[in-house]
Design a protein around this ligand. Structure first.
Ligand SMILES: Nc1ncnc2c1ncn2[C@@H]1O[C@H](COP(=O)(O)OP(=O)(O)O)[C@@H](O)[C@H]1O
Ligand SMILES: [Mg+2]
Length: 592
């Protein structure tokens, strides 16, 4: 709950727009909502009728002279009980019906945001990758639930009841009673809202301090090993205690301001109560009102102000949650920068010839990474890309996979500009074993199967063989069922790479790319994998990015990237004969 007020500026206003954002997701439930509204009105009807029944019971009892002394109050008492019961029952029915509507809306909106996020660019995700997105979604969705609950189950019924009661009092006893009640309610509401706005800063400080303390605690425990390396337990404890101290003092202000709010509210109620009862008492003395009427007025007061008790809290929550919902809908408003062409025609794959025509690219205008790169890669061949770290090798791959579009120039597959074809058809035929492989926290089997969820068992074991994973898996007590840990952290770098290789082999793409996929392997496994890569690349266009030149000496073509250009290209022996950059790199590595 405290999450909600955390980001809240005291100046924030309730954002009414969120209702119009949510509304489209509710229309499909028109009938349910209508029924819930009927229950709402009926429940309030029962609720305001109860005090009237009470009045008659009391009047009957106090008159005393009635002949059916036992019979009349008894039937009235039964009616009274029934009214109380149906008020609660109808309220519960309304909540149940409406809860279903809310949950469906939450599900639909959540799914919509999730799909939308998957459609956004890599760039967007690289900038936002701090768990912030999932928090936005979670808060937004919970916000819908809270908003609906407070509004439909709290604010609207209470307002309805206030109007009903004021109307009935006016009708039965004249203006003074209705006016006092309405004035009291208005005073109560304005006081609560104003005080709540003022208090929000303390609530916010408390939440900030709380989250700060939490962060310190989590960070410190996450860095358990580092803390021990430097024997900094006391330092950490101090830091934690300092933040707890801030939390404690913020909490004190929070509590004191709550005291102010609650006592102010109580004072307003008490004044209204005194006025009303005084007025009623006088009329009882004049005999223009009965004792029953007196009790009725009193019962209404209690009944009305009870739900208003939470008004300050509800008001702040609604402000907070409406801001959260707005944040979530703001995500939906982010447009992907890349045109995904999901309606364009599919890539028509012939043999898988890849060519880069004058491709220039920069992540940041001031720092060009690739300048007018030209080359092609042929099917059935292995093309290697080498060059210093940071020269832009992985960037080439990201362009081919359309995580980004080139600033100028075109990338063609079988003579079709990849920018113009349906992106899904492009990504189906390109398989990448990425440089920094990440796995799902699931079993090895599921991670490999991710490459092609409906692959047969035979295909899976073939992929495992090709990736030289078999011995490793057999050495595990739980074999393929071994859980790999978060992001695959329970596997060594080399094991993880081989799992991702198997996963990509299973996908069976026509164009297959290994981005330094063997960099964490020892020389023996590396040469085995390199042999496997040759097998795999027989009928495909195979691109190998390698740091260690020894792994690509047999490639059909080697492109040497330098300063954003292909500075040299040819086979290993041709390049050595050139005595250029490649020759230099080769000499340096040979020496090591
Ligand atoms: N998303 C990004 N935003 C900005 N700069 C990036 C991004 N990704 C990579 N770079 C920069 O682009 C350059 C090329 O990166 P990369 O293609 O990964 O090099 P490598 O040849 O080692 O694979 C590097 O200097 C890197 O810092
Ligand atoms: Mg790289």
């Amino acid at each position: 709950m405290k999450l909600s007020s955390y980001d809240l500026d005291p100046e924030t206003k309730i954002n009414w727009k969120v209702f119009s954002l949510i509304a489209p997701f509710l229309v499909e439930h028109r009938i349910r909502i209508g029924f819930a509204l009927i229950c709402l009105v009926a429940s309030k009807g029962a609720s305001v009728s109860a005090p009237f029944v009470l009045k008659h019971i009391i009047d009957d009892l106090s008159e005393g002279g009635v002949s059916d002394l036992v019979l009349i109050p008894l039937s009235l008492i039964l009616i009274y009980g029934f009214a109380r019961f149906s008020m609660i029952l109808l309220g519960e029915i309304r909540d149940t019906i409406f809860g279903r509507v809310t949950e469906r809306a939450m599900r639909k909106i959540g799914l919509k945001v999730f799909k939308h996020l998957h459609n956004l660019d890599l760039e967007f995700h690289l900038e936002r990758r701090t768990g912030g997105l999932s928090r936005d979604i979670e808060r937004g969705i919970n916000g819908i639930s809270f908003l609906m609950r407070f509004f439909v189950f709290n604010i609207v019924p209470t307002l309805l009841e206030i109007l009903l009661v004021a109307g009935l009092l006016f009708y039965n006893y004249g203006a003074p009673f209705a006016v006092i009640i309405l004035l009291a309610v208005m005073a109560y509401i304005s006081f609560s809202l104003a005080t709540t706005d003022w208090r929000t800063q303390f609530v916010r400080q408390t939440a900030r301090a709380d989250s700060k303390a939490n962060t310190i605690c989590v960070e410190s425990l996450l860095n358990y090993e580092t803390v021990k390396y430097f024997s900094n337990e006391d330092y950490e404890a101090n830091r934690y205690d300092n933040s707890l101290e801030r939390w404690e003092s913020a909490k004190r202000k929070d509590r004191l301001s709550l005291l102010g709010l609650n006592s102010g509210q109580a004072l307003i109620i008490a004044i209204a109560m005194v006025l009303l009862m005084w007025l009623a008492a006088e009329r009882v003395q004049d005999e223009t009102m009965t004792i029953g009427d007196f009790v009725l007025v009193n019962a209404f007061m209690v009944q009305l102000f009870m739900p208003l008790n939470f008004l300050g809290f509800v008001y702040r929550e609604i402000k907070g949650w409406s801001a959260n919902i707005e944040n979530m809908f703001a995500l939906l408003a982010v447009e992907p920068k890349l045109d995904l062409n999901t309606n364009a025609s599919d890539l028509e794959l012939a043999r898988g010839v890849v060519s880069f025509n004058c491709v220039s690219f920069s992540y940041n205008k001031n720092r060009p990474i690739l300048r007018e790169i030209n080359f092609s890669m042929m099917p059935g061949q292995q093309t290697a890309i080498v060059g210093a770290s940071g020269v832009g090798k992985s960037t080439l791959i990201k362009l081919l996979f359309r995580f980004y579009d080139p600033d100028s120039g075109r990338i063609l597959i079988d003579n079709q500009d990849i920018k113009k074809v349906n992106i899904n058809s492009l990504r189906r035929v390109v398989g990448i074993v990425p440089q920094d492989a990440v796995l799902f926290n699931d079993t090895i089997l599921e991670n490999i199967r991710y490459g092609c969820p409906d692959a047969s068992e035979k295909d899976v074991s073939q992929a495992i063989d090709l990736a030289h994973l078999k011995d490793f898996i057999e050495s595990l007590p739980e074999g393929l069922g071994t859980i790999v840990g978060e992001r695959g952290l329970k596997l060594s770098g080399g094991e993880k790479q081989r799992v991702t290789i198997a996963r990509t082999i299973l996908k069976n793409p026509t164009i297959i790319i290994f981005d330094e996929a063997t960099s964490s392997l020892d020389s023996k496994s590396e040469s085995m994998i390199s042999a496997a890569l040759r097998d795999i690349s027989k009928n495909r266009t195979c691109i190998v990015i390698a740091h260690r030149l020894s792994t690509i000496v047999n490639a059909d073509k080697i492109l040497v990237l330098k300063d954003g250009l292909v500075s040299e290209n040819g086979t290993h022996s041709q390049l050595l004969a050139l005595k250029g950059h490649y020759h230099e790199l080769w000499k340096i590595q040979a020496r090591q």
